[in-house]
Design a protein around this ligand. Structure first.
Ligand code: FE
Ligand code: FE
Ligand code: ZN
Length: 278
């Protein structure tokens, strides 16, 4: 009997133990959190005792891998070098901090090429990954599939593949699929989920898929908008999103809700998705 591993994004402001307790309250067995203020800046100090208390909760409640999220202001392919320096330092510091909770996942938005062109963007993103990733880290870094808003890199599976092909330390690199983003990017997960999964496998390889962001979308297929909706309140709908969690190639992955909701709302989404999973 397999179980759906699911949780939501949780505020990290009160530390690890508080996040673990919130997850348990929501009947979650994974969650996501920002490693620091999502707008960037200095991260709060980690208290080892707090981490130990969290680890006990995670063990007692059989948590799956958790998914830390890099600040979304981080742009590894910015035109300005000082912004890339910030991205490099932030990722490095975050990975250092992730060593307190080894064996988990850390996802980031590949970046926006801001008019330099996707190819330049891809090269710059890969360069930073090559500077930061080493086999010594106990965290897998995930490129997130993007909606293609503005000049975002990573709207197509091919662009993510091109980044991966340029990275040396492949054993520490994977992909996080965001259902709102791929839908907004033009992948029809309602009418052709099998086809999208097969396409992902052909271009990126399913073995590289490590997590799913489960979100509905406020906008139609291919809209390139990136506006998340609650599960069942958007254009993708509950049935299609539940089918994503039940897909034989995906069902073992950690699913993270990034829906505009509160703790009780997420608990309800988790309840419904668990019910439909079994
Ligand atoms: Fe994201
Ligand atoms: Fe996401
Ligand atoms: Zn998004």
């Amino acid at each position: 009997m397999d179980r759906l591993t699911i949780g939501s994004h949780i505020s990290s402001s009160k530390g690890y133990e508080a996040m673990g307790k919130t997850a348990v309250y929501m009947n979650a067995d994974t969650f996501a959190f920002f490693t620091r203020n999502p707008r960037g800046g200095k991260a709060k100090e980690i208290r080892p005792q707090d981490v130990e208390k969290y680890k006990k909760i995670a063990k007692d409640h059989h948590f799956g891998k958790i998914v830390a999220h890099a600040p979304y202001t981080m742009n590894a392919c910015a035109a300005k070098e000082e912004l890339r320096e910030f991205a490099r330092n932030t990722m490095e510091d975050d990975l250092k901090r992730m060593e307190y909770i080894p064996g988990n996942l850390y996802n980031f938005h590949p970046g926006s090429h801001v008019g330099q062109g996707a190819e330049v963007g891809i090269d710059k993103i890969a360069e930073i990954l090559n500077q930061v990733l080493t086999p010594a880290w106990n965290t897998t870094v995930l490129l997130e599939t993007m909606a293609g808003k503005g000049t975002e890199v990573g709207r197509t599976f091919e662009e993510l593949r091109e980044i991966m092909d340029r990275v040396t330390c492949r054993e520490r690199l994977g992909v996080c699929l965001d259902t709102c983003h791929v839908w907004d990017g033009g992948y029809d997960i309602i009418r052709d989920l099998d086809g999208v999964v097969a396409e992902f496998d052909r271009v990126i390889g399913l073995e590289n898929l490590k997590a799913v962001h489960l979100n509905d979308s406020k906008n139609p297929l291919g809209s390139h908008k990136d506006r998340h909706a609650r599960i069942g309140e958007g254009e993708i709908g509950l049935e299609a999103l539940s089918a994503v969690t039940r897909h034989p190639a995906l069902r073992h992955l950690p699913f993270i809700l990034e829906t505009p909701n509160d703790e009780d709302g997420w608990a309800e989404e988790i309840r419904i998705l668990r019910e439909k999973f079994s």
